[in-house]
Write a protein that binds this ligand. Structure first.
Ligand SMILES: Cc1cc2nc3c(=O)[nH]c(=O)nc-3n(C[C@H](O)[C@H](O)[C@H](O)COP(=O)(O)O)c2cc1C
Length: 206
């Protein structure tokens, strides 16, 4: 079986989406043929050429302004007419991670992907919405604050292997919301200092 993984993050290296994709590919095992594409660095025809014959297509991307990042949206619009020809009856699995703690923030983007699925004639599999994207840089997926997230990605990988359709799933980090927010503020302040800004400047209004 051939499975396509399309990374929809503008961060080609070291982004949360890349980490999620890597973890999921590990869980998919060595049996299927897996092709990995980037909607950021590859042209639509190139991706369509690579994913031809796939039985499952996983889109892994970050939430941008409650929706789909613009370059990925452009790809989806362009690919809509060609994707079913290249991968007839492929099942779609979107995996969307967001910066806010609450995974339900991804709900609109999930609906957008469902609409793409219906318009292009693909089969809907299952979406996974992941909250607390900032935790991916803190520890390897599946451990510490991302233990539950790792488990959810593992379950999704199992469903992909079986081409199953299942209820969409939302998952959040294993730390309380206030600790996540505290850590995020600490990170931003450290970054500001590293870039020559005073913390006070972060709160200045233009
Ligand atoms: C332009 C921009 C818009 C964003 N919009 C949202 C948003 O609406 N809601 C949210 O929870 N996170 C938002 N985020 C945060 C990203 O979804 C989050 O950092 C994600 O983990 C990045 O994933 P990546 O490393 O795979 O790109 C936004 C980030 C950027 C840069």
């Amino acid at each position: 079986m051939k499975i396509a993984v399309i990374n929809g993050s503008p961060k080609i290296k070291n982004g949360a989406s890349e980490n999620i994709s890597r973890f999921m590919i590990e869980r998919l095992g060595t049996e299927p043929e897996i092709v990995v594409c980037s909607a950021m660095s590859m042209r639509c025809e190139e991706i369509i050429g690579m994913i031809g014959g796939s039985k499952a297509i996983a889109f892994v991307f970050p939430l941008y302004v409650d929706g789909i990042p613009s370059h990925l949206l452009r790809f989806l619009v362009e690919a809509q007419a060609q994707i079913t020809e290249a991968a007839p009856e492929a099942t779609l699995y979107p995996i969307i991670n967001c910066g806010f703690y609450e995974a339900r923030q991804t709900s609109l983007a999930i609906d957008m992907m469902k609409s793409f699925c219906q318009q292009s004639g693909l089969r809907w599999g299952q979406a996974l919405g992941i909250g607390g994207g900032g935790t991916f840089t803190a520890s390897p997926i599946g451990r510490g604050p991302t233990r539950k997230i790792g488990k959810a990605i593992g379950l999704l990988a199992k469903n992909i292997l079986e081409l199953k359709t299942a209820e969409n799933s939302l998952v959040e980090p294993d730390i309380p919301r206030f600790i996540y927010i505290f850590a995020a503020h600490l990170g931003w302040k450290t970054q500001a200092k590293k870039n020559g800004l005073k913390v006070k400047q972060l709160y200045e209004r233009q």
